[in-house]
Design a binder for this molecule. Structure first.
Ligand code: GDP
Length: 198
């Protein structure tokens, strides 16, 4: 897919105020600092569509961007500041769980995971929550340029193992990306295109 237009539409903390247009929607979420803004900018080819910064927790709202006039890219707040031992429902602000539970246009959630780290409890809990809520999701590993190819393969395998230990039967669809090198861009956009074509 070639991205011709990407347009900021609205930010809010109320699902009922999200755009009414029945376009398919893809949500991006992950721990603060995982590289979400960088990835969104890399995908859309825009330097500052999503705000990147060293400052954690900057985007605290549901942000809708319309892409090519035919789908929404949704930038959700980063998580990870609440205590890890808390349940997802308590970790997330209510409007985020509302989003996952009520937003009918949501086609797929992309859960971003820093490829360098071993599986984090809060991510595994969140993935479990998505499973329980029956939200289709994919995993996007970020910052792949920071480790060797060999290590990438090792870490993806270790993540698979962690998911299987968490009651998943198989590794979900996943992508390995680097925002600095553009890695994974074509695959991810192709995936979205394929899902949009049905
Ligand atoms: P967010 O909080 O999830 O939106 O994360 P940002 O996109 O703001 O990125 C957090 C930090 O990681 C910034 O310093 C980015 O420059 C850096 N970063 C993000 N993605 C990549 C990547 O693919 N490769 C490298 N080397 N650094 C990255």
């Amino acid at each position: 897919m070639k991205i011709n237009t990407s347009e900021f539409i609205i930010s809010n903390s109320d699902v009922s105020k999200c755009p009414k247009e029945p376009l398919p929607e893809y949500a991006f979420i992950g721990r603060s600092n995982v590289g979400k803004s960088s990835l969104i900018n890399m995908l859309t080819g825009r330097n500052s569509l999503a705000k990147t910064s060293g400052k954690p927790g900057k985007t605290q709202l549901i942000n809708h961007f319309k892409i090519n006039e035919n789908w929404f890219l949704v930038d959700l707040p980063g998580y990870g500041y609440a205590r890890v031992s808390k349940k997802t429902k308590e970790v997330f602000q209510g409007f985020i769980t509302d989003y996952f539970e009520k937003r009918e246009q949501l086609v797929c959630a992309f859960v971003l995971i820093d490829i360098r780290l071993e599986a984090q409890k809060i991510d595994l809990e969140f993935i479990t929550y998505l499973g329980e809520t029956q939200v289709p999701f994919c995993i996007i590993f970020t910052k792949a340029d920071k480790i060797s190819r060999h290590k990438i393969a090792q870490n993806v395998a270790a993540y698979r193992k962690a998911l299987l230990a968490n009651n998943w039967e198989e590794m979900p669809q996943h992508f390995v990306t680097s925002s600095t090198e553009g890695t994974g861009r074509d695959e991810l956009l192709q995936y979205i295109d394929d899902v949009n074509q049905g």
